[in-house]
Design a protein around this ligand. Structure first.
Ligand SMILES: C[S@@+](CC[C@H](N)C(=O)[O-])C[C@H]1O[C@@H](n2cnc3c(N)ncnc32)[C@H](O)[C@@H]1O
Length: 225
């Protein structure tokens, strides 16, 4: 995404701090581009669980993808900020943002995104959320997860330091609860009969982040290279 497009999205949000966060996030984190590539050409709705301020929906729209986007997050401030941005962008017809816990998901079926959310839940709730996410997949849908994984390396420790500051600043009240291993994320997806692919996805960040993509076995197209 070029600088102008990043500025345009940032300008939809209130306040210098939030705009600066949006510009920096879009410039440094490849996760929105990765999701966009995985759902390109599909008209299925996308359920974004733990959507924050709805950046994924804005990114998709800026790249010409008009698929219906439904974001849920339990933080009322983020949902309010995201809704204001949707109004400013004139996207209320395709983008909906709702305040809800991950246990109160709407009934849509399509693609599902779960970006940097799992570790804010305890281990048992992570497993339940992964199982719930698979039930929201359409036959041709993709479940796209990005998360830090528990590994003994410097990136994992850098992530823990960042999470400490995120929690202390009040951006993510409560903070990290449990950092999952790759097996903890992939096992419930495999048990649900999905094909699973996992690869590092860090961009310019120092964090121990991975992209995990799951889709029903035999769905058309297979995984992109
Ligand atoms: C690091 S942010 C990621 C935001 C967004 N997915 C993105 O990548 O732009 C994690 C989000 O998960 C949300 N979250 C954490 N626990 C949640 C829960 N139990 N129910 C709903 N949302 C939750 C937080 O409010 C926060 O917005």
């Amino acid at each position: 995404m070029n600088r102008l497009a990043r500025q345009r999205i940032a300008s939809l949000y209130d306040g210098r701090l939030q705009r600066c966060y949006v510009r920096t996030k879009l410039a440094s984190d490849p996760v929105y581009a990765a999701v966009t590539a995985l759902v390109a050409g599909s008209a299925l709705p996308l359920l974004d669980i733990g959507c924050g301020i709805g950046l994924l929906g804005q990114y998709l729209h800026a790249h010409g993808h008009a698929l219906p986007y439904l974001g849920v997050d339990h933080d009322p401030r983020k949902i309010a900020a995201g809704r204001r941005a949707v109004q400013h962008a004139g996207l209320a017809a395709t983008m909906g943002l709702h305040r809800a816990d991950v246990t109160e998901l709407p009934t849509t079926r399509g693609h599902v995104a779960l970006l940097d959310v799992l570790h804010y839940l305890p281990a048992g709730r992570q497993r339940e959320l992964l199982q719930a996410a698979t039930r929201h997949l359409a036959a041709q849908g993709r479940l796209v997860i990005r998360n830090v994984l528990r590994e003994d390396n410097w990136r994992f420790h850098a992530t823990r330091v960042e999470e400490f500051f995120l929690s202390s600043s009040g951006w993510i009240p409560g903070g990290a609860q449990h950092y999952p291993t790759a097996a903890e994320v992939c096992a419930p997806l495999g048990d649900a009969g999905l094909d699973v692919r996992i690869e590092p996805l860090r961009g310019l960040t120092p964090f121990n982040s991975y992209l995990i993509v799951a889709q029903p076995t035999g769905s058309d197209g297979g995984f992109p290279p």
